[in-house]
Design a protein around this ligand. Structure first.
Ligand code: SF4
Length: 251
């Protein structure tokens, strides 16, 4: 017979779900996810990240305008000019490195936005392109303000029922002959609509999203630092920009 889940844990999942549902700002949503994630890991030590592992950061990440506004302000306040220049320098180096898909994706402005999202999504599964925010020690250099997707990965279940987990976690489940269906995770059917309502809009009603790499490139100054204020994404003419409608249906 399956072991009964402690009542306290069930109540906490419901509590964090409601907290996410009622979030009125992105930081509110992040706070709910932070607590929910801690609960998920406490109940399922199989989902503990190994120290120094950054496998889920070997990708380019999409971030909405409001998310970027938070990241931009934090980078201006909390990182030195040298640190910001180093991060932007990584994007430029990647864009120019032969074989790195970033240059290809940055040139997709004239393709259908869904083709761009699909290409990045496929790249997530098949192509390694280290996130520019990842330091040489495999630590996220913007961790307190990292985007939504980075917070959900490894901790949440898609509305389809699939757990959003990396190969390392999947390997552990196989080794222990366990199924991801048996663990209670954060619920993307709650968090995702909230994210799309709160994360895309800063200066536009459309809800606009692009790669973190693009946010960095388009907000850099001639000295390679980050400008004092972010430029509205609605003004973008060079790099691909998408709306929430361009993401795959989130069922
Ligand atoms: S923003 Fe941070 S957590 Fe997210 S992929 Fe980049 S390095 Fe990893």
């Amino acid at each position: 017979m399956a072991e009964a889940r402690p009542r306290e844990s069930v109540d906490l999942h419901v509590f964090y779900k409601r907290m996410a549902e009622s979030a009125g700002s992105l930081p509110d949503l992040y706070a709910a996810m932070e607590s929910w994630s801690a609960l998920v890991v406490k109940e399922n030590p199989i989902l503990e990240c190994q120290q120094g592992c950054a496998r889920c950061c070997m990708h380019q990440v999409l971030a909405g305008e409001t998310e970027w506004a938070l990241i931009h302000a934090w980078m201006r306040d909390s990182l030195s000019k040298d640190q910001r220049q180093t991060i932007i320098g990584r994007v430029i180096e990647q864009r120019e490195r032969l074989g790195n898909p970033l240059g290809r994706w940055l040139g997709m402005r004239n393709k259908h936005p869904r083709a761009f999202v699909r290409a990045v999504g496929q790249g997530f599964r098949a192509e390694s392109t280290r996130c520019p925010m990842l330091g040489p020690d495999n630590r996220c250099e913007i961790y307190p303000v990292r985007p939504f997707v980075c917070r959900a990965y490894g901790r949440a279940r898609m509305p389809s029922g699939n757990a959003m987990i990396c190969e390392v976690f999947a390997g552990r489940f196989r080794q222990q002959e366990r199924s991801t269906a048996d663990v209670q995770l954060e619920d993307m059917s709650v968090m995702s609509p909230k994210y799309f309502a709160l994360g895309g809009r800063a200066t536009s009603d459309d809800g606009l999203f692009t790669l973190l790499a693009v946010h960095l490139l388009r907000n850099r100054t001639s000295s390679g630092d980050l400008a004092k204020q972010p430029t509205p994404l609605s003004a973008e003419k060079t790099y691909p920009v998408v709306t929430k409608e361009d993401f795959p249906t989130r069922r």
